[in-house]
Design a protein around this ligand. Structure first.
Ligand SMILES: NC(=O)c1ccc[n+]([C@@H]2O[C@H](COP(=O)([O-])OP(=O)(O)OC[C@H]3O[C@@H](n4cnc5c(N)ncnc54)[C@H](OP(=O)(O)O)[C@@H]3O)[C@@H](O)[C@H]2O)c1
Length: 279
């Protein structure tokens, strides 16, 4: 069994490995296999969601790895159509049963749901935590305004906001709001759904360090204490995406990469949240 390859960051009482495996779109045997292989390689953080329809396979991979439960940080997310208090608790229990776990390390509200009062949803999320179904709770896709509201309404600490975050998107305001409340920023789509691979600047900086553009992209985030959860369906890329803790980007390189933000940098369609079916 290999040792953990990723340092952890502290956020409101939680210790979160800076590197995790994203699992959106990983399905069936390949999903279970990738989770198992990632854990064998030293990943200690796995990100799933009820919406990914793969919690069963993620659970299979977790159990097949034979790594002690206490060494692995598992996140899942509740879909907004289950934000009514009773439904939230049931959804959390269903996720645990699919994962074959007694508790998850982190349970997130997947997207805001303007149709259900946030106070009610957070009340239910806090209760689920107090009942021992989740060690920590947090949010995802929350704006600065919603973070402020959630922090005010939550009786338990919120440990993160999971947001789209990579060099092509300016998330400085949300990041500042998280830092103000000692919440971790968890970057989803951290290599811009693969888009970072073809970036000339990232490739040039990578060449100077003997690294790929994707590795530079991930390093840029973890060097700011931002948690990254890159997804891959290819075993060779598991190692590539994990080899980001053995080099350092200079201040000048960090500044150059920060200049990559652009107005149309978002890769996940936000209007999606407005179009969601809530029931
Ligand atoms: N909270 C939310 O609303 C939310 C939204 C989106 C995603 N997420 C989470 O965040 C995770 C990551 O985000 P994501 O899946 O959207 O995008 P991502 O991790 O930025 O990119 C995944 C894509 O990049 C490719 N890739 C992976 N490693 C690579 C490398 N080293 N070089 C070149 N290409 C590489 C993968 O292809 P191959 O499979 O061919 O390697 C895949 O097509 C998700 O899986 C999910 O767990 C959460």
């Amino acid at each position: 069994m290999s040792a953990a390859i990723s340092p952890e960051i502290k956020a409101n009482g939680a210790s979160i490995p800076l590197l995790g495996l994203g699992t959106w779109e990983l399905r069936g045997r390949s999903c279970a296999g990738m989770v198992e292989q990632a854990l064998r390689l030293g990943y200690r953080h796995i990100d799933t969601a009820e919406m990914y329809d793969n919690e069963r396979e993620v659970g299979e991979g977790l159990h097949a790895s034979n790594i002690k439960r206490g060494e692995i940080f598992v996140t899942t997310k509740i879909w907004p159509s289950h934000f009514a208090p009773r439904e939230l608790e049931r959804a959390a229990r269903d996720s645990l049963s699919r994962l074959r776990l007694r508790e998850v390390d982190l349970l997130l509200l997947h997207w805001p749901n303007p149709q259900i009062p946030l106070a009610d949803t957070l009340g239910a999320l806090c209760k689920v935590k107090r009942d021992g179904l989740a060690r920590h709770i947090g949010v995802s896709n929350f704006t600065v305004k919603l973070i402020e509201e959630a922090v005010r309404l939550s009786s338990e600490p919120l440990v993160c906001d999971q947001i789209e975050c990579h060099p092509f998107l300016d998330q400085s305001k949300v990041i500042a709001a998280c830092r103000k409340h000692h919440m971790a920023v968890v970057a989803y789509s951290p290599i811009a759904r693969g888009g970072a691979r073809n970036d000339k600047l990232l490739a040039r900086i990578g060449a100077a360090h003997g690294k790929t553009a994707a590795q530079v992209c991930l390093r840029y985030l973890v060097q700011q204490d931002i948690v990254v959860i890159p997804r891959t369906s290819k075993e060779r890329r598991l190692s590539e995406n994990a080899a980001i803790f053995d080099f350092t980007l200079s201040a000048a390189e960090m500044k150059e990469i920060a200049g990559l933000t652009r107005r149309d940098g978002r890769v996940v369609d936000w209007s999606y949240s407005g179009r969601m079916q809530w029931d």
